[in-house]
Design a protein around this ligand. Sequence first.
Ligand code: MNH
Length: 423
Amino acid sequence: MAQELGGIFERKILQHRLIVVSGADLVREVNDEEKWAKFLGQPLRKLRVIAGDGLFTAFNSEPNWRKAHNILGPGFSQAAMRSYHDSMLTVIDQLLHSWDVAAEGGRYVDVSQSMTSLTFDVIGRCGFSHDFDSFNRTEPDPFIEAMSRALEYVNRSSNDIPILRALFGRAAREQHARDIALMQETVDRIVDERMRSGDTPTDLLDLMMHTADPDTGEQLSRESIRNQVLTFLVAGNETTAATLGFAIHFLSRYPEVVARARAEIAEVVGADAEINYEQVAKLRYVRRVVDETLRLWPAAPGYFRKVRGETTLGGRTLPPGSWVFVLLPQLHRDPLWGDDPDRFDPDRFESEAVRRRPAHIFKPWGTGIRACIGRQFALHEAVLTLASLIRRYDFAPDPDYELDVHEAITLKPRGLTVKLSRT
Ligand code: MNH
């Protein structure tokens, strides 16, 4: 619709009005933090049933947002990434082991399932020193099933049209309540275990349990900790898994990209050595693969902004209370990207090319003070995982597969499989 209707258009679904913004100049305007702020659109409001006033779903005015933002900041610093590196490698090893078995048997692997196991175990270990042990399960973890269903429910009921309401009638509502209860019980178990053990490992949970907010001197309440843990389990999992999935899809289609990345990895790391923390930042080409993947398929497909007072957009006055949705897949295909924006080309992220482009046409992490806190975490995990896979396998696509992008709050590749062969 954005390609037909332009950089700003309005959709009306019965009583709902939605202004969709994707033109580069207009997005620059709504990203202005003086005049605009994050808005909790309908899907985010519905997520509050799950994560309350956790970081992602807090209203700007809620004091727990700044408190949690201050307390958790150090958990996403470079020093923290260094401390997560070995846990990430441990989980990646389990992924490699399971993919080695598939490669040997000549079997296709279910990419989304593997990436979900990976990101879930990584956030479990790094965030909460908890081992979900996903690679040793034959069935998906009940938390993952409940989460997927809950996101699906929130997604469908956010685009609520009364005629469709029958689709998510009582049975679906009751299932939704059960799913939320299961997610919250999972979190409570993790926090209880920690409290009983009295351990103090360096992880996000320890920060939340033992740090005071430097501004107020207050600590997070038990309820706020639950909301943050749930937020990280969902936010730290879905988006990174989807991004890795899309990246592997592109790698299976562009063997020349794999070859270049592999040469870089050989140069930076060597043939067999374990990838260390410092080397991850040097894998510049692998990072470009991640950025280009986030450009074409931003796992979080957009964000909402609302006006702070009366302001203008594109020269037209907007009344107080107005809000818009920024549509990233189209912003990321704006004419400013060149004349073939649909083509996958990691060289778009060479530093020269980046300097020539305005920064506001690439916003996969959102914008302003409420932008993604997990960005460095996700990037470290994604680059380390892709580098580990690229040096070990060639990826062959299923010749019958066409990319099927599924939307449930996040965008994910559905039904993606690849065949692996050891290099
Ligand atoms: Mn993340 C906010 C995208 C990985 C935790 N994230 C956001 C926003 C976007 C986003 C966009 C802003 C939403 C809005 O404005 O309404 N996040 C991503 C993407 C990836 C990602 C594309 C991976 C790729 N995010 C992660 C990881 C974590 C995480 C990993 C945690 C470990 N994200 C958050 C939290 C917020 C957020 C928490 C809310 C921050 C705030 O409002 O203060």
